[in-house]
Every structure is written in C-alpha cells, then in structure tokens.
Design a protein around this ligand. Structure first.
Ligand code: HEM
Length: 471
C-alpha cells in the first residue's frame, strides 16, 4: 500500500535540481537534528547567511527538500508561479490521515479543483451569510463559555481547552449542521492536531520510517478520528433529506451525482480536512491573541474602548461590525503576524519543471515554504519580534497594510487557505464576545518571561492561567 501511495507522489533524486545545498548533512538523518525545536527560526537564520541565501536544499532523512525564504522569493513562487508550486508531496503523516483525497492532501489537478471550488461555495453558503449557522453557532458557543467563566470568576482557568471546544463545535456546525454534546470532539481532535502542528511537518517519523514504531499512538489517534468522522458522515447519509440541506456534508451528498470526482472517499477526507485545518488554527491564533492582549495592558484598554464605543456591553457582535473596528482587526493581524498558525506551510511540490531564480527545479520536488521568514523580516517590519497592533493603523486610526506583501498568514496562490474568510469571522466574533464581557488578567500578577512561547512540539503560547473579571 505504501509503495502504491508513494508512486502517486513521486520523490526526486537529489542530483536533478541545481539549487545549492544548505548546511552540511549527516549520514542517514541528513539535516534533521540541526533544525532543533524551532525549525522555522533555524532555517530563517541559515537563509540570512551569505553562503546559503533564501533558497537552498536540505536533506531530511531520505528526502531532499528545497526551502524557500524571504517575502519576495515566497511571493514569486506561490503567487507568480502559482501553478508550478501548487502540488503536495507524499508526507507520511498527512497521507495516513487524509489519504491524498479531499483538498489539503490532494495532488493538484481536476479532482482537487472540483473539491476546492465546492468548499469555497459551501463556506459562502453556510458561513458568510448574515445570521449564518456559523455566526449563530459561534455566538452561542462563546455565550456558554462566558456563562461558565462568570460562574467561576475569579477562579483561575486555562483558556486553551475552551478555545478548542469553541473552534471544534463551530466546525461541527458548519460540517454537520449541529454539534454533539455527548461526544468530546474537541478532545478527540486535540490529539490529531498535535500531529499537524508545524514541527510535525518535519518530524523524524515522516522521513525516517524506522522511527514510526515509537509513534504508534499518534497513528492510533488518527485512526480513532477517522472512525468517528466516518460514522458521523454515514449517519448523515442514512438520514439525508434533500429538503433540509443545512450543512457541508448535506450539500456534498446532494451534489454527489452531479460532479465527476465526488465520492464517499473524497467526502470522508474533506470532512477530516475541515477539522484538521479549521480547529487548531483558530484556537491557537486566539490563544496567542488573548495572551498578547493580556500581556499589554494598554492594548486591552484600547480593545475594551473600541468594543464599548461601537457595540456597547449587551448587543452581541456581528460580522458587519468588523469594518467599523480597525483596532480589533489590527490586533488580530498582528497576532497572526507574530505567531502565524503555520510558520512552515504544509509541504508543497512542483507540478512541472521550472527555472526559478536561475535554478532548475524539476517536477515533483519537495518544497518547504518558511512563512516565518516573511513575517519576521526586518526589511519588511520594524522591530518584527515586538507585538505592535499600531503598525496596521494609519494616523487616522484606519486600517492599513492588511495586504502588506509580507503578510501571508493564510498563504497565497492556488493552495492558499480555503477558509480565510470564515476564519476571520470566527476570530473576530470570539475575541470581541470575550472582551466585551470580561477583563482578563494573568493569575496573581504572573508575567511571561518573554513573548516567544514555550519551545517544544507545538507553537502555542505558555499554558498560563488567567482570571476573568466581569466588566
Ligand atoms: C487562523 C486561522 C487559519 C489560518 C492562519 C490558516 C492558514 C492556512 C495555511 C497557511 C494553509 C496552507 C496553504 C499552503 O499550503 O500554502 C491553509 C490551508 C488550508 N486551510 Fe487554512 N487557516 C486557518 C483556518 C482555516 C479554517 C477555519 C478552514 C476551514 C474550515 C481552513 C481550511 C483550509 C484548507 C481546506 C486548506 C488547504 C488548501 C489547499 O490545499 O488548497 N483554514 N490554511
């Protein structure tokens, strides 16, 4: 089976590209160990060295990869040569979970395009209309969490699980039209999301097959999630009513006969895609945003001021408010810039031979895009390591630079994030609802030592405790 999967996603023999090598590689492991806990920072540092520059080759176990750094290189590749860099290579972790079907893991081509178009259409239909199921569901979710916080206040709490719960239930609503009180979906997907954090993209077990035996539990978790998803999709199929199409799964089943590549296998992977792409990204971005806001009391004051001025303390926020609230937008943009959910993107592959910046890169080359290098680029941002929402505001406090060329947290080109718009709606509604009702503080005056987060597997902020005070 593995050989079959691999032949679908060919890998390249190192000698065929002219891209120069990066640092010296070790036998068997190649450069894997040199990448350390923060591979995006290590690769970025290498890219700043004259002897390597922004494009170089690394050896990760048996896999040769080309890494792309810097705003202009990344834009040129992903935007100007969008199609050439729109493939996905074989990556063990991703294919064990998503099977090369649906959208995220699918090779670039007609089958992929048909599904990506379907997703965009469905997000517009179920996620972006006024009073959409997403907006209602999201507000309801935050209301429940706010009630819990109010009852407990001022007892210390950790926010990560709450945010995961909200994000997961939002995806459930979008995907199945409802969420499942009796099933702790957030907990289930928390386990699977651990595989999809950015370091896992370049984790040893992807490139050194003999290390997989030590990671058996990861693949057991993946199988558990696959089983739950399949069961829910099957139930939906059995109870399908063409008069009541109120979710992405319903819409897919309804369109099944109309599209060439629609199939049960694609549907299962597509649903898995939504949970993988749309839960951890949202909860993690919010986790960072809340952490940064609480760490900067002046920012929290301005957030409160804008909410009070435009919405007041009682009316629930709605999507329309976004245009009127540049400070909140700036806080969210700055959180995404400081800690983008995917500093090293899901791997790409070239779909045909290309000469890029005078280097020959053949079809099926494994490409790693280091988005961190654009977000932290000193040539693009002043004091890039500091959290400064003001950089996205002009002298009249209107939003500026939301489309700054180095600002690509959702990536660009043919493989850019499908959920960007619904993600922004959720981030806005959840953040505003929480800060409308509460002032948050670190427990007992605790202060973070730095704002880089914990080194480790995930790119999460410190798992610190907060207290919430009703406003
Ligand atoms: C803060 C939230 C989010 C961020 C920062 C984010 C970012 C990203 C990034 C960087 C990629 C990789 C694109 C590439 O390979 O170039 C991606 C892909 C994707 N995202 Fe998101 N995402 C977010 C939320 C969501 C949500 C809520 C959904 C939908 C439920 C979603 C659906 C997808 C899908 C389907 C892909 C695969 C696109 C493809 O392969 O063509 N994302 N996202």
């Amino acid at each position: 089976i593995m050989r079959q999967k691999r032949s679908q996603f060919k890998t390249l023999t190192p000698s065929t590209t002219t891209v120069p090598w990066g640092p010296r590689r070790w036998p068997i492991i190649g450069n894997l160990l040199q990448l350390g806990y923060r591979p995006y920072e290590t690769i970025f540092r290498w890219s700043k060295m004259l002897k390597y520059g922004p494009i170089f080759r690394l050896q990760l176990g048996s896999q040769m990869v080309v890494v792309l750094n810097s705003t202009s290189v990344i834009r040129e590749a992903l935007h100007d040569h969008s199609e050439a860099f729109a493939g996905r290579p074989y990556l063990h972790m991703i294919h064990e979970t998503l099977h090369g079907k649906g959208v995220i893991s699918a090779p670039y081509g007609r089958e992929f395009n048909e599904h990506k178009k379907f997703l965009i259409k469905s997000f517009n239909r179920f996620g972006r209309r006024r009073r959409s199921s997403l907006e209602n569901g999201c507000l309801n979710e935050v209301r429940l969490i706010a009630e819990r916080l109010r009852e407990k206040q001022p007892a210390p709490f950790r926010i990560g699980n709450m945010l995961s719960e909200i994000a997961c239930n939002n995806i459930c609503t979008l995907t199945f039209g409802r969420y499942f009180e009796t099933m702790n979906m957030a907990h289930l997907f928390e386990k699977i999301n651990e595989n999809f954090n950015q370091t896992a993209t370049i984790a040893c077990f992807n490139f050194l097959p003999f290390t997989r035996r030590f990671k058996k539990n990861i693949f057991e978790n993946v199988k558990d999630c696959n089983r739950v998803i399949q069961k829910l999709v099957d139930e939906r199929e059995t109870n399908f009513d063409p008069e009541l199409v109120n979710s992405i799964v319903d819409a897919y089943i309804n369109d099944m006969g109309k599209h060439r590549y629609f199939s049960k296998q694609n549907l299962d992977s597509l649903v898995q895609d939504l949970f993988v792409a749309g839960t951890e990204t949202i909860s993690n971005t919010l986790n960072w945003a809340i952490f940064y806001i609480v760490a900067h009391s002046d920012v929290q004051e301005k957030v409160h001021e804008e909410i009070d001025r435009l919405i007041g303390k009682d009316r629930p926020p709605c999507e329309k408010d976004r245009n009127q609230m540049p400070y909140i937008e700036a806080v969210l943009l700055e959180s995404l810039r400081c800690h983008c959910a995917g500093p090293i993107l899901l791997p790409r592959a070239t779909t045909h031979d290309i000469t890029f910046r005078n280097y020959f890169i053949p079809k099926d080359t494994f490409i790693l895009v280091n988005m961190w290098s654009a977000m932290k680029d000193e040539e693009q941002w002043s004091a890039p390591d500091e959290f400064r929402p003001e950089r996205f505001l002009d002298e009249n406090n209107s939003l500026k630079d939301a489309n700054h060329p180095a600002m690509m947290p959702f990536s660009v080109g043919k493989r850019a994030c499908t959920g960007e718009q619904i993600a922004k709606i959720q981030l806005f509604l959840i953040l505003v609802s929480l800060f409308q009702k509460f002032e948050f503080r670190f427990v007992d005056g605790w202060r973070p030592k730095n704002l880089r987060g914990e080194p480790g597997i995930t790119l999460r902020p410190p798992n610190c405790q907060y207290q919430a005070f009703v406003r």
